[in-house]
Each structure stands twice: as C-alpha cells, then as structure tokens.
Design a protein around this ligand. Structure first.
Ligand SMILES: *Cc1c(COP(=O)(O)O)cnc(C)c1O
Length: 402
C-alpha cells in the first residue's frame, strides 16, 4: 500500500513523544479515513435531523442517508436490508441474541457452545443466559498454538446443543477459525450459530450466505467507522420469531394500553433514536474499503504479518503467542519474563502504540498460563518501515529491561 492511502488518515501524521506515531493497536480500534470523518461532519453541518418521522427536508435527507448505509452493509455481507439491525457494536449484538433468541428458545438442560479463546463479550452474555435458564455453557478447547481442536468440538455437539457462538478471528492471537465447517456441523444437530465478526470485517470478505451463519455481529469502530455503532445480522426467519430486545419509539407499529404491535424488520430491534451519524459513518467506511478492495487489503496484510513475524523474531528472547496456520495480521508476543506493560510503556516513549494485557480474553490467558501479552495488530495503512522501527525499538527496550 502507499502514501495515497496514508494521506486519507489524518491522525497517522503526528508525532508522539517526539517520534512519528506508529499505530499498531488496530485490533482494539481502527483509525478513520477522511471519507468517514467527512461523512460525520457533513451530517452535522448539513442535515442533522431525527430520522423516519419527519416530513421536512432535513429529516428526509437523514433518513435516506441512514437507510443507504443499511443497504451498503447488506450488500457488503450479502444479506437483505431486513436482516441488518443497527446496534451499538459486537457486544450489543451478542446480548441481543442471548436475550431475544435465548430467553425465548433456551430451556433447562440445553447447551450453548463457545470456544476457549472468545472475547469476554462472547462469553458473559451466554453465562448470564445459562444461569437464568439452567442451561450449560460448554467450551471448545484449543491447542497451544491457538487453534480450536475440531474433533473436540464435534464431541461437544449433541441434540442438547442449541447455540454455538464463536469468533471468526481471535482478537488476542489472530487465529482464523474454520467457521464454515463449525457452522455446518452445528446445523447437523439443529443448533443456530452466532459468528463474532468483530475482527473479520476489517480484514476479509464476509458473506453470510456462503457461511450460512444464523447471526453475525460486528463493530463499526473496528472497521474504520465511528464508535457506538455496529451490526447484528440475523436470518430473516429467525429475527421474525424473536421478541424485541428493547421497547420504545421506532420499534412499534401502534401503541395502546390494550396492546402494542411491533414494527417490521429491521425496525423491530431498533428502539429509540439511533446513532444516526454512526450508521452513516459505517456506510462510508465500507464504501471506502470496497474501493481499495478487500482482496488487496488481505493480501497486503498477509505480507505485513509475514514480515512482522520475521522481524519481531529477530528480537532476542521474543516468542510469538498464537502460531495458528491460518492467521490475521495480529502478532501477540512475550519477551523473556519482561512484563508486557513495561514493554508497552517503553514503546510508547518511541511513539509506538501496541496493546498489552489480557485483551478481554482472560479464559484464554488462563489456558495459556500467562497474565497477558503484547499485541501488535496491523491494518492496511501500516507499513514495513513501521515494523522495522518497532523491531528496533523492541531491541532497545529489551536491553533496558533485561
Ligand atoms: C472488539 C471485539 C469485541 C467487542 O466489540 P465492542 O466493539 O467492544 O462491542 C468482541 N469480539 C471480538 C473478537 C472483538 O475483537
């Protein structure tokens, strides 16, 4: 990738602690291109208004742009607009399904399956549901290299399994799970599958029809849009059967004390005034990455991953945590017995942003018998020069800390 792409990301062109910023914390949140920043600015400068209700020009314009964004999302993942629900993010998408689908369809004795390396947001809502219903949470074990053990997953599946919920790509280690096979096996026992797409959408093409997932959640802010916006995709026939998640304006057809009727999809799950500019920013972000092309993005990020792996391994004592065969551009690592936080602080002094800690995956860290890792996660606007600079900064930091 080149300078013309970096020129679209104003935030990258600054110095931190006297050094050019190197932003390697993309798995926590991504930076925003001008296309997204301008879309948000245009909204507030030109047509800020509440949507869906107004007869006036601004309301119509805001409604049109918001619904255009929904169309963009639908096309992007090969769904219909009725299946695209705007939510706050991946966390809310999981909670919505656990609540609206789970409360209605899960009974005592049922089983829900997650993997050992899920983000807390794909564990806790299921634990809450299991506790409420007397259901059981089962956990797919992983290998030391950070891959799920597929045969063990198959053993967990039974007619008791009602929901399987798993990330497409691990935020902590970058492992890409064989979700298509996972989904197919779950369907054979009649379970529905929720795919946590938070780390997949920024890196690869996700086609819900091809995967045949029942639900998919993702966060706008990880895919170059604003915060506080995300998507829950659900198969139409499942969303139709589910009760609303929240009650309020927008999600109703008519309200009376004799009884209220709910709105059609997708509005049934969108109570209250939504995050209008957030939705619009998500449409702008997806249009932007589609202009570059997800295949180009994936290929370039694979190069960064290979290059970064090689360069980081030149640092004495560095070991990579998570060496799955199929990986996204995430490198988790430890150096000797240096505390990840100390390395993070020294890198920050060199203007380099990485993440340290458990990455919202405490059960994974327990499994790997570590408290946390350092994590460098690359996006398509990162460069090999930044990797070189980081490898050098790591070598200096390790000397200081050893
Ligand atoms: C970030 C992330 C989440 C949570 O997303 P929010 O935007 O905080 O709701 C869930 N799963 C994975 C894999 C993530 O990377």
């Amino acid at each position: 990738m080149n300078d013309s792409i970096r020129s679209q990301f104003p935030i990258l062109h600054q110095h931190v602690n006297g050094k050019p910023l190197i932003y390697f914390d993309n798995a926590a949140t991504s930076q925003k291109p001008l296309a997204v920043i301008n879309a948000i600015e245009d909204y507030y400068k030109q047509y800020n208004s509440n949507i869906h209700r107004g007869a006036h020009h601004l309301a119509q314009m805001a409604t049109e742009k918001y619904e255009d964004a929904r169309k963009t999302v639908a096309q992007h993942i090969n769904a219909s607009e009725r299946e695209i629900n705007f939510v706050r993010g991946t966390t809310e998408a999981v909670n919505l399904v656990a609540t609206s689908y789970g409360r209605k369809f899960i009974k005592a004795g049922d089983e829900i399956i997650v993997s050992e390396m899920e983000h807390h947001s794909n564990i806790v809502p299921w634990q809450m549901l299991c506790e409420e219903k007397g259901a059981t949470l089962r956990v797919i074990p992983i290998t030391d290299s950070g891959e799920i053990i597929f045969e063990e997953y198959l053993k967990l599946l039974s007619e008791k399994t009602k929901i399987v919920s798993i990330a497409y790509i691990s935020n902590a280690l970058g492992s890409i799970h064989p979700v298509k096979e996972i989904i197919r096996a779950a369907h054979e026992v009649g379970a529905v599958v929720f795919i946590d797409g938070a780390q997949a959408l920024p890196h690869k093409k996700v086609d819900v029809k091809d995967l045949d997932c029942d639900f998919l959640g993702f966060s706008g802010h990880k895919v170059f849009a604003g915060t506080g916006i995300g998507i829950l995709y659900g198969k139409e026939e499942l969303l139709e059967k589910m009760n609303p998640y929240m009650g309020g304006g927008e999600m109703i057809k008519s309200v009376s004390f004799a009884g209220t009727t709910y709105n059609d999809l997708p509005y049934k799950f969108e109570a209250g005034t939504p995050h209008i500019e957030g939705g619009i920013s998500l449409g702008a972000a997806l249009n932007y990455i589609n202009e570059i092309g997800l295949e180009n993005i994936s290929a370039y990020e694979d190069e960064l991953l290979a290059y970064g792996t090689e360069k980081f391994l030149e640092v004495e004592g560095l070991r990579i945590v998570g060496t799955a065969k199929n990986k996204a551009s995430v490198i988790s690592f430890l150096v000797n017995d240096i505390h990840p936080y100390d390395l993070g602080v020294l890198l920050n002094e060199q203007g380099i942003a990485i993440r340290t800690g458990h990455h919202c995956c405490q059960p994974l860290m327990d499994r790997l018998k570590m408290e946390g890792t350092c994590r460098a996660s690359f996006a398509f606007y990162n460069t090999k020069e930044e990797i070189d600079a980081t490898a050098n900064a790591l070598k200096r930091a390790v000397k200081i800390l050893s």
